[in-house]
Design a protein around this ligand. Sequence first.
Ligand code: B12
Length: 220
Amino acid sequence: MGVVIDDKYFDKLAQTIIDGAKAECVHLIEEGLANGMDPLDAVEKGLSKGITKVGDDFGAGIFFLPELIQAANAMKEGVAILDEKIKASGKERKSLGKIVIGTVKGDIHDIGKSVVSAVLQANGYDVVDIGIDVPENQFIQAVRDNNADVLGMSTLLTLPLEEMGKVIEKMKEEGLRDKVKVIVGGCPVTQEFADEIDADAVGFDAQDAVVKVNRLLGVE
Ligand code: B12
């Protein structure tokens, strides 16, 4: 009998992240994919729910750093498999635009940014992911070297939020701001904050990132 991909299946997937059970996570992903599971659903309805619970429990002092790291390792392994599938699901077509994306200086969170990169890529964008803990100058250099249409910046931490504003100020000084759209994202990033630092948009999840980038570049 085939496996049914339903909410229960996604709950099982979420639980492997909570348990930090990497092998089981990979097993369920492979089994799910073999049975027609949509890779983005697996990230959003499964893995992300699990890691959000872990984050809440960490914030509440129920989970500690070793558990957070174990959960993140399972998440990263699972997301890596799914990202490849998401990218491959994109139809071959002319690139809609070039996006440079990275996590700002002081922050090593990389999973959300990678999911956003994969989904933008699957939707026809050329994405240059410049990694984590990226200093201001490296963002500027990458935007220039790649002739980017859009710069995406991510942070999940409150302290490095100000880095985003610094990068935008630097873009203005370098005469780049008018040529490049800026989208920001990550859990502490609000619309108010985006307005404050003069970003063009904020994306609340990967699908929202696509909608906003399409809008910024006038893609129907
Ligand atoms: C996994 C995780 C880790 C992993 C990261 C592994 C990795 N390789 O990325 C590890 C264990 C390394 C880690 C470390 C730390 N973490 Co941590 N971590 C998390 C956790 C549980 C989940 C993050 C995640 O991957 N979510 C899943 C992805 C898919 O979602 P996402 O990141 O939100 O991304 C989505 C959207 O935000 C959006 N998005 C994200 N980026 C962008 C960018 C653009 C351009 C757009 C458009 C959209 C967009 O789209 C994404 C897809 O839907 C969060 C809790 C949480 N609920 O977020 C804490 C959390 C972010 N961590 C936290 C903390 C405190 C830390 C540490 C400082 C802990 C410590 N004491 O050392 C360190 C940070 C060190 C550093 N300098 O960066 C706090 C942050 C508090 C704060 N406000 O500052 C949180 C909120 C936990 C908590 N409740 O306290 N962490």
